[in-house]
Ligand binder design. Structure first.
Ligand SMILES: [Zn+2]
Length: 365
């Protein structure tokens, strides 16, 4: 009788997927199945037969989820790096409030999406009734429960969502439905490409100018500036001769390239921690490099110059130097922070300088 009433959930429900999971999940009859805690701490209150989700357990490292990503990706015929990228983006952009309501790593389905829009219990974790109400929630590990915070349940559901079609276009539209934001799309697909090439946690870094050339670092983060009205100096200036190679500091992708009135020829690279590296006043870019390319630490991306402070091509209004800035993005705000500590650290590292490959592979097809 059960299975006959159950319909496959096929309808995409835009606007209902997002970050929102209630702290308290109330369950009536199924508490006995909750003996094994999952990601968080599940506390059984025997007398009231209620289960309360407590946000006390530490959020696990994403590496711990890799076996689940790989298994789910295999089952649903997608790339595991896409699952990891959606989770990474979700984690990096979680607000304080989201962290409290979804205190586990990665993407959180909104309650109504998980339980089903018509489900009177929006905190439902009963796999059977969720199915009945066409919710997305599933019981991935056969413990009788579909828990939105349990990676064994959550990740396969995410994989099923992302595999909702047969083409790349379907996959893109499935990712689009999660955030409905072009920035999220761009980051998620680039993160996936970076994970594929450099792994989940590429730690390698490189000082941004070739050290065998003469250079001087001026730590002037936060100082006033003379050009362009009242602005503060959001970076550090590294003085060096024209043509000194400028290097990628981190594995990342080229998010932006071109002319800016202040920065001249400038390039922006983002890594998988959502840190944005901004390089300005270049005399030229490395040959062949273009927006969307993946770069590795130590890869030449351009050359020191003195461009900027005017229309395209303006140069020589100040001594040649690399303006180097670092920005962190939470999904709501992006702010500059002082790169001095990182630079001091990277300055001591050996440099493995590489030229950009002849034909950079585009990450987005
Ligand atoms: Zn500067």
């Amino acid at each position: 009788m059960r299975s006959r009433r159950v319909q496959r959930c096929s309808a995409r429900q835009p606007h209902v997927v997002g970050i929102a999971v209630a702290l308290c999940v109330t369950l009536a009859p199924m508490t006995s199945a909750l003996a094994a805690p999952t990601t968080g701490a599940l506390v059984t209150r025997a007398k009231s037969s209620k289960v309360q989700y407590r946000a006390t357990a530490p959020v696990p490292a994403q590496e711990d989820l890799v076996p689940i990503y790989k298994k789910s990706a295999q089952v649903y015929g997608i790339d595991w790096t896409l699952l990891a990228a959606v989770d990474r983006y979700a984690q990096l952009t979680k607000s304080q409030a989201d962290r409290a309501t979804a205190p586990y790593y990665g993407f959180a389905f909104a309650d109504p999406a998980w339980a089903g829009l018509a489900n009177p219990n929006s905190h439902d974790v009963d796999a059977w009734s969720i199915r009945l109400f066409q919710g997305l929630g599933r019981d991935g590990n056969h413990d009788g429960l579909a828990l939105p915070w349990d990676p064994a349940d959550r990740v396969p559901v995410l994989a099923a969502w992302l595999s909702g079609g047969s083409s790349d276009e379907d996959e893109r539209s499935a990712v689009w439905d999660l955030y409905q934001d072009p920035v999220a799309m761009d980051r998620i697909f680039h993160f996936a490409a970076l994970f594929k090439r450099f792994g989940l946690n590429s730690q390698e870094h490189c000082f941004p100018v070739a050290k065998r050339y003469n250079y001087t670092v001026k730590h002037t983060f936060g100082a006033g500036r003379s050009y362009g009205g009242r602005r503060i100096h959001e970076g550090v200036d590294i003085f060096a001769s024209y043509g000194t190679p400028v290097l990628a500091c981190s594995a990342g992708y080229v998010e932006l390239m071109g002319w800016n009135r202040f920065g001249g020829w400038r390039i922006g690279i983002r890594d998988t921690q959502n840190v944005y590296y901004y390089y300005a006043h270049l005399s030229s870019f490395a040959k062949g490099i273009k927006q969307g390319d993946l770069v590795q630490p130590g890869e030449v991306i351009g050359y020191v110059g003195s461009t900027g402070y005017g229309p395209p091509g303006t140069a020589g209004k100040f001594p040649p130097h690399l303006h180097f800035g670092m920005y962190r993005d939470t999904g709501r705000h992006e702010w500059a922070f002082s790169p001095s500590t990182s630079l001091a650290h990277w300055q001591r590292l050996p440099q493995h300088i590489t030229q950009p490959p002849k034909s950079h592979k585009k990450t987005l097809s």
